[in-house]
Design a protein. Structure first.
Length: 359
């Protein structure tokens, strides 16, 4: 559960890196965000808002999140409550503020790079450290991935900006080594792009410099690979396909979502079919697991009611036979270029410093 929340937060943060933009001095961007999963992934379901202020080489992001599960929300009340993050590029420092407890931690970019490298090494050396996966990858033989771009021609307006819809779908079949069943994992990036969004210069420079501080390639700081890799890094084949296709897509994403799906029209187990037809019992392998999807993946009415209001648009199209497991979404709410007080980038008086906890 903790890992799911962290992954969701990283994915949403990756989206913020890719979507923020402004002209000249100060800019304030407000967005709504949500994570919707099914089955075990529903534990990480959340909705929230974020307000990001950019001023020269400084930024501040205030975030308010709400967990869909009351029990999870209670257990994570400190992590899911109002928080703020202040980034000072000129000082090589990042501050995380817990607004409820009036506490903060201070981190240098060197510490961040060291922790990122440590986490990467652990994930590469220990399969158990990999993020939760929709399939048992130890039994999976990955077949070649494929991707497609669909410019639907649909148009809508978000936060006053005219936008056009572009959907990029990447999928990769996984063949079960034991049963021979073949099911595909798909990742769908659905974006509404505003070609007339002109507030984009200085802040993009800020995030490029930020990427360098974080030890990332600045040329890829705003492409889809960073967003996808943050949450779906275990599916390297599909997120690299998404990233490649994004290189030729232009415009500012005023509304965007990543949907992870599993299934496929070919999701069947030839080796297990005879055994299942002659005896009743538990389904086998990947294809057997898909047999229970019909009753498992119904959308919760309460979750739908809690979603932020949006213009009426058609739902994202999934590959034939696929079932959505998780969707991470972000939508532009407002943009302001009003001047911001320098006090916004200072830890408020009365906040108590806490020692940074390392894993």
């Amino acid at each position: 559960m903790k890992s799911a929340r962290r992954s969701a937060a990283v994915a949403v943060f990756g989206m913020t890196l890719g979507f923020a933009g402004a002209i000249r001095a100060d800019v304030t961007i407000e967005r709504s965000t949500s994570v919707e999963g099914v089955g075990a992934m529903a534990l990480g379901n959340m909705s929230g808002t974020s307000k990001t202020i950019i001023s020269g080489d400084k930024s501040r992001t205030d975030t308010e999140t709400k967990m869909a599960s009351k029990v999870v929300g209670f257990l994570a009340r400190n992590a899911a409550g109002p928080s703020a993050e202040i980034v000072l590029l000129d000082q090589d420092k990042l501050y995380h503020l817990n607004m409820n407890k009036k506490e903060y931690t201070e981190t240098t970019f060197e510490q961040i790079r060291e922790q990122m490298q440590k986490t990467s090494d652990q994930m590469n050396s220990n399969q158990e450290k990999q993020p939760p996966s929709a399939v048992d990858q130890s039994k999976c033989q990955w077949l070649p991935p494929k991707a497609s771009v669909n410019k639907t021609g649909e148009k809508a307006q978000f936060a006053g900006y005219d936008s056009e819809r572009v959907t990029i779908t990447a999928s990769q079949p996984c063949q079960d080594k034991d049963t021979g069943s073949i099911c595909e994992v798909a990742l769908v990036l659905d974006e509404w792009l505003a070609p007339g969004f002109v507030e984009s210069g200085e802040v993009r420079k800020f995030y490029s410099a930020y990427a360098v501080k974080m030890g990332m390639d600045p040329s890829s700081a705003q492409d889809a690979s960073q967003k996808a890799k943050a949450m779906f890094s275990q599916y390297k084949g599909i997120w690299t396909e998404i990233a490649a296709k994004m290189q030729n897509v232009k415009g500012y994403p005023v509304k965007s979502s990543f949907t992870l799906a599993l299934g496929g029209a070919q999701c069947k187990d030839s080796n297990a079919q005879q055994a299942q037809s002659s005896q009743s019992g538990s389904p086998n392998g990947l294809a057997g697991a898909m047999a229970g999807l019909g009753g498992l993946f119904h959308k919760n009415k309460d979750d739908a009611a809690a979603a932020p209001p949006t213009p009426p648009v058609a739902p994202v199209d999934l590959p034939p036979g696929d079932v959505a497991l998780m969707t991470v979404s972000s939508q532009l709410v407002s943009v302001s270029t009003d001047s911001v007080s320098a006090d916004a980038f200072i830890v408020p008086p009365g906040f108590k410093k806490q020692e940074l906890r390392t894993q």
